[in-house]
Design a protein around this ligand. Structure first.
Ligand SMILES: NC(=O)C1=CN([C@@H]2O[C@H](COP(=O)(O)OP(=O)(O)OC[C@H]3O[C@@H](n4cnc5c(N)ncnc54)[C@H](O)[C@@H]3O)[C@@H](O)[C@H]2O)[C@H](O)CC1
Ligand code: K
Length: 497
């Protein structure tokens, strides 16, 4: 599923109209038909449609015509005094020719009339503003949005909830809180922001007749991860295979007092299918692994001998969980970056020690995946967490491009990007927000890398499967722990093949 800003929509719209000769009113009609599909025509009877004066309002007026054709009761309101866009005017005139009454909302008394209609209605269709919203919502617009939010039983927004920036996820003063948003052609970038769900409700994408090649021509390669995409990439294990076919992961993790992280990362690597997994750690952590992950091998990290002896032999390395922020950790990060040509997954303290030393990433011999949560990303970039969260995808992309790494920026809608192509993950939930979850993801991704998946595919499959596993477990559990994921990840990956 493609993700974009409004700019792309304007470009593909322009190309379709000017170069392909598709009249804009056809695109509007297709948009309206896409919305009508979601208006529950077999359940609901009375609709209030509220239209702005731009093309979003035009879509809403075309929707009104279809609702009337379906025999529904409809009250139509046109808000504001701006001149109407051309296609909005066309649909307005058609309704007038049909004898449909359109009530203008330009003052406070009109708002009370709107309130009465909404109270009696089953559904409100919001076509006030789409991607053309430019400035703070004020006056009657502000009042109308408040009344809709206070009184509507169910609000369906056309393209974006009015008041919401499809580009940045900002609210321009006031905003519709929809139960569902029917958006066109692409998932809007702003919907990825924290808190956007409160305004968009469920988001559905409808095509409006623009050929895919036109979208691809302008699209900046940002995608929402879909199950079928992951399923296509996830391979079944071959009948005649042996452990040598599934690679060897070296996990460098754990320190005195922080042995849990290493056990989790190691066990996650084993359970997600690596042929061999070796933990390099201190004595305490090795003891824990001997007890809890008998399938794994282990080596003590004496003067880094453990790392040195295995470095050229493994296919991937997971480094960081529970290592502690020490010089030794930094030296080990340097060591693996400079000497391994396999894929390195850098997490937790291995990220923290790179604060102010990110240039080391540029010296990496192999592929690097870093898996920061927003706090770690903030330390790495010197930005505030709030800034990271306000522009997650762009910041992750820029970092990936600058340092030539894959960034897995964790959190709600985890971003996976190499700077050129970016994926946004929809799986996972709040029940998974507890210690050890990241260590577990690191083990899974490193394991998939060792099995021969490309670093980008391993990151996408790992993140998606980790979240889906958490979603399944959370159906009957209040909290999902890393151990729950480890117990179920093998089943989840199997279901994805
Ligand atoms: N290819 C497509 O996806 C298609 C999209 N369609 C729909 O068109 C809108 C975008 O239409 P546009 O005319 O560019 O903008 P809007 O309707 O969102 O709003 C413009 C309208 O509102 C005024 N305005 C802007 N900000 C404010 C404000 N804060 N206060 C008051 N007034 C404001 C502005 O002056 C204009 O009058 C897209 O979202 C889709 O729904 C097409 O129908 C099909 C093709
Ligand atoms: K809208």
């Amino acid at each position: 599923m493609k993700v974009s800003k409004g700019e792309l929509i304007r470009e593909i719209d322009k190309y379709s109209i000017e170069k392909l000769g598709i009249p804009s009113i056809i695109l509007m009609e297709n948009a309206a038909l896409g919305v009508v599909k979601h208006l529950m025509l077999n359940e609901k009877e009375y609709y209030v449609v509220i239209c702005g004066r731009g093309n979003n309002g035009g879509d809403a007026l075309a929707v009104t015509r279809h609702l009337i054709a379906a025999g529904k009761k409809v009250s139509v309101f046109s808000i504001g005094l701006n001149p109407m866009s051309k296609d909005c005017g066309v649909n307005h005139d058609i309704l007038c020719n049909m004898g449909v009454k359109i009530t203008n909302i330009s003052n406070v008394e009109d708002i009370e009339f709107l309130r009465d209609s909404i109270i009696r209605s089953d559904v409100v269709v919001d076509g006030i503003f789409g991607i053309g919203l430019k400035r703070e919502v004020r006056g009657v617009y502000d009042l109308a949005i408040t009344v809709i939010n206070e009184t509507s039983k169910k609000t369906i927004s056309i393209d974006v909830p009015s008041g919401f920036s499809g580009d940045t996820g900002e609210v321009f003063g006031n905003c519709i809180k929809a139960s569902k948003t029917i958006t066109f052609e692409t998932y809007k970038r702003g919907f990825l922001n924290y808190g956007s769900h409160e305004y968009t409700g469920e988001v559905v994408i409808e095509k409006i007749g623009i050929p895919d090649f036109v979208v691809d021509k302008y699209h900046n390669k940002e995608f929402f991860l879909e199950r079928k995409f992951i399923q296509k990439k996830t391979k079944e294990r071959a009948l005649y295979s042996h452990k040598g076919n599934y690679g060897h992961v070296m996990v460098i993790a754990g320190s005195e007092g922080m042995t849990g992280a290493s056990t989790i990362a190691t066990k996650a690597a084993v359970k997600s299918g690596a042929g061999l997994t070796t933990l390099i750690s201190c004595e305490d952590a090795l003891q824990a692994v001997r007890n809890f992950v008998p399938e794994a091998m282990w080596k003590k990290n004496d003067d880094s001998q453990g790392i040195e002896t295995l470095m050229g032999k493994v296919n991937s390395i997971a480094i960081g969980p529970g290592l502690g922020k020490s010089n030794e950790t930094l030296n080990n990060v340097k060591r693996v970056l400079k000497n391994t040509d396999g894929t390195i997954v850098i997490d937790a303290d291995a990220i923290n020690v790179l604060e102010g030393k990110t240039n080391l990433l540029k010296e990496a011999k192999g592929n690097v995946i870093i898996t920061p949560h927003p706090g770690e990303m903030a330390r790495l970039t010197g930005m505030e967490i709030k800034k990271i969260q306000s522009d997650r995808i762009e910041i992750a992309k820029e970092f990936a491009r600058e340092y030539g790494v894959i960034v897995v920026l964790k959190g709600y809608n985890t971003i996976i990007t190499n700077g050129e192509v970016s994926y946004i993950n929809p799986t996972g939930n709040g029940a998974m927000a507890n210690g050890g979850m990241g260590d577990c993801l690191t083990g899974i991704i490193a394991s998939l890398c060792a099995q021969g998946y490309s670093p980008m595919d391993a990151s996408c499959i790992g993140v998606y499967a980790h979240g889906e596993c958490g979603d399944k477990v959370s159906e009957h559990k209040f909290v999902v722990t890393a151990t729950d994921i480890i117990d179920n990840i093998s089943k989840t990956i199997k279901e994805l093949t």
